[in-house]
Design a protein around this ligand. Structure first.
Ligand code: NAP
Ligand code: GLV
Length: 326
């Protein structure tokens, strides 16, 4: 029997599955746990299940002497101090794969929304009424179909975005840490250095994890390389983009627009982004569909139960600690 602390609301069936297996579960009943509640909750926990808004840093890990497993309800694990988890031989799990297609859908929703000005014109229609059909500007946008798409980070989500781009007859360039020549024929994409991708693309889509190498990957210099008609789409993590530089590029017309699901200082949003019409903003909802959230919860629990039985989970982030203290 293990003591499990879950730091956000979760499906009743998730709790039932854990308790049926004989474990003792405490769930924080809100969406964003306070630091105080988190430190109290982990004090005697052997398993911690967290959404990505819960920071599992050195202090939290130090406050949890019994902790064996941290399961993240998300694929990106930048909210967890992996070095400290490794040092303490704490197993870290995430939810890769089950959210890939859902996030790729949102990426296309954002691209289409910003290029066709869906949100801006919806807001205007509600306030000013239907403006009358006009052949000429001011309501013209840009085509997504047939445009050049630059994917930064051709992993699971990047590849799913590339597959969708094929149906839109887009030319697809990508830049990734490791070139993927085996995937290129199937996805119809071509590896290029980052500078070339920025110069050539009509849409630059960020699909990398947040790491020390990708922190502020896109800043002043990168915006100066992009076409003035290009759009930036960020579904990765906020700090991959230097937000101040993005605001300046948008205001100076150095790029045409941006669509952002993630922000540098979540839950804060740069106040000047809120005032720009050429920006579409969503509150980190990449994986936010009911079916996908069920799949994520199920994968997290499957990993926890496997690890507690001493079986190596498929969604292990730090294999170097396995089998750890379990
Ligand atoms: P993934 O399969 O691991 O793909 C990440 C890709 O980025 C890999 O191909 C990796 O290259 C590449 N990469 C890593 N560091 C790089 C660098 N310095 N320069 C260029 N490329 C680099 O992960 P995924 O499942 O596609 O998820 C990607 C990220 O999306 C997650 O880490 C998370 O932060 C974000 N995400 C956001 C949402 C949302 O709600 N907005 C939802 C899910 C995920 P290698 O092939 O060499 O490893
Ligand atoms: C969401 O942002 C995730 O990393 O799963």
């Amino acid at each position: 029997m293990a003591r499990i602390f879950i730091s956000c609301r979760i499906f009743p069936e998730t709790i039932e599955r854990l308790t049926r297996a004989g474990h003792e579960v405490e769930m924080y009943p809100g969406d964003v746990v306070s630091r105080e509640e988190l430190l109290r909750g982990v004090a005697d926990a052997e398993v911690l299940i967290v959404p990505l808004s819960t920071k599992v840093d050195r202090e939290v890990l130090a406050a949890a002497p019994e902790l064996k497993i941290v399961a993240n309800l998300g694929v990106g694990v930048d909210n967890i101090d992996l070095q400290e988890a490794n040092a303490r031989k704490v197993v870290v799990l995430n939810t890769p794969g089950v959210l890939t297609e859902t996030v790729a859908d949102l990426t296309f929703a954002l691209m289409l929304a910003v290029a066709r000005r869906v949100v801006e014109l919806d807001k205007r229609l509600r306030v000013e009424g239907f403006p009358g059909w006009s052949f000429m500007p001011p309501y013209l946008g840009r085509d997504v179909w047939g445009a050049t798409l630059g994917i930064v980070g051709l992993g699971r989500i990047g590849a799913a975005v590339a597959r969708r781009a094929k149906c839109f007859s887009m030319k697809v360039l990508y830049h990734s840490r490791t070139p993927k020549p085996d995937l290129e024929p199937e996805l119809g994409c071509r590896y290029v250095p980052l500078e070339e991708l920025l110069r050539e693309s009509d849409f630059v889509v960020l699909c990398v994890p947040l790491t020390p190498e990708t922190y502020h990957l896109i800043g002043e210099r990168e915006f100066s390389l992009m076409k003035r008609s290009a759009y930036l789409v960020n579904i990765a993590r906020g700090p991959v983009v230097e937000e101040g530089a993005l605001v300046r590029a948008l205001k100076d017309g150095r790029i045409a627009g941006a669509a952002l699901d993630v922000f540098e200082r979540e839950p804060e949003v740069h106040p000047e982004l809120l005032e720009l019409d050429n920006v579409v903003l969503t509150p980190h909802i990449g994986s936010a569909t009911l079916d996908t959230r069920r799949r994520m919860a199920s994968l997290a629990v499957a990993g926890v139960l496997a690890a507690l039985r001493g079986e190596r989970p498929g969604n292990l982030v730090n294999p170097n600690v396995w089998p750890s203290k379990l």
